[in-house]
Design a protein around this ligand. Structure first.
Ligand SMILES: [Zn+2]
Ligand SMILES: [Zn+2]
Length: 333
């Protein structure tokens, strides 16, 4: 069994997908991130990035393709919230159509049924040819509370009220509910074998930094943080771009402030504005590096590998420094 905690980015864009010549380096798919804890696959959000990820999982995971008598292929999918850019890829997620797949799907919602009701509506007969219940996989869909802890260990995937008594071998996922986005958003902290990744997308910074988030992300190895806007855009000082204050997204500076205050190992700028070109995102990354040195702008194919023996963070490389053909193969050890 692999002992690596891996993070791979499949969709890094906010709001809506943006294919085209101006977004080739960073990619145009909406939010979806794969976290691998050894052989366990956890997916953060189902923007259009989950579509190529689903194809890859279907191809590379024998348990998904196996006969009905074999062990089911389990996948844990977590929604930060249920805005379009975080759900729109799910109807095209190939493992959801595979009879041997067992999908545990958790996210926010007022009642335990809220999440399944939203996913069902996304595939109503008026809007999509196949309903959620017609997808052949087995699905365990539940809205979860902030106070709950998601656990994945030898006994499988379950919700618990605390992480007390669990071994280092268990994948433990804590939730912080942030109100810094319209309707609220879940921020997740995934921990396995002493390594932690925090996923904080769709969140706006506060004056003096978001103290609760800083506490939640404290000492994480990787912080994935919303950094949708240029400072001038956020303030309404960029020609053609009205102010976005209050939209529930951060500037690069806000992301860097959280990273510095929580003393994380690395910061990944995430949820790029769909109107921004590669050059603009590259410029934002340069700004970030000046404030928090271990910063990188997320791009499709970016892979971060965390291993026990690697206590010292290596400098991060950027999409802009790599020819396209190498990007998918690049790894940080
Ligand atoms: Zn979003
Ligand atoms: Zn949103």
């Amino acid at each position: 069994m692999s002992d690596e905690l891996k993070v791979k980015f499949w969709g890094v864009r906010g709001s809506y997908p943006t294919p085209g010549a101006g977004t080739i380096k960073y990619g145009g798919n909406t939010s979806s991130v794969e976290v691998r804890a050894g052989e366990r696959t956890i997916i953060l959000d189902a923007g259009t990035g989950i579509i190529p990820l689903g194809r890859e999982l279907a191809r590379s995971t024998p348990a998904l393709a196996g006969g009905a008598r074999e062990r089911a292929g389990e996948i844990l999918l977590l929604f930060s919230h249920l805005h379009h850019d975080h759900t729109q890829g799910f109807p095209f997620f190939v493992p959801a159509y595979m009879p041997n797949a067992l999908l545990h799907i958790f996210g926010p919602g007022g009642t335990p049924e809220t999440l399944s009701a939203v996913l069902e509506r996304n595939q109503s007969t008026e809007t999509f040819p196949l309903g959620l219940r017609e997808m052949a996989s087995t699905k365990n869909i539940q809205s979860v509370r902030e106070s709950q802890v998601i656990v994945w260990d030898e006994a499988g995937i379950r919700l618990a009220e605390s992480a007390a008594g669990l071994s280092d071998e268990a994948v433990v996922i804590r939730i912080h509910k942030s109100y810094a986005h319209p309707g609220g958003v879940y921020i997740y902290r995934i921990t396995w074998r002493g390594k932690s990744v925090v996923y904080a997308t769709d969140t706006e910074g506060y004056v003096g930094t978001d103290r609760k988030l800083v506490q939640f992300a404290k000492d994480a190895d990787v912080l994935i943080h919303d950094a949708q806007y240029l400072e001038e855009h956020y303030r309404g000082q960029l020609v053609g771009f009205p102010s976005t204050q209050g939209f529930g997204h951060s500037t690069v500076t806000m992301a860097c402030e959280v990273a510095a205050a929580s003393e994380v190992g690395r910061l990944v700028l995430f949820h790029h504005d769909p109107a921004y070109t590669d050059d603009m995102v590259a410029g934002m990354e340069a700004t970030a590096k000046n404030i928090f040195a271990d910063s990188v702008a997320a791009y499709e194919g970016l892979e971060i590998v965390l291993r026990d023996e690697n206590k010292v963070a290596m400098p991060l490389q950027s999409a802009s420094h790599l020819p396209l053909s190498q990007r998918d193969r690049e790894q940080w050890k």
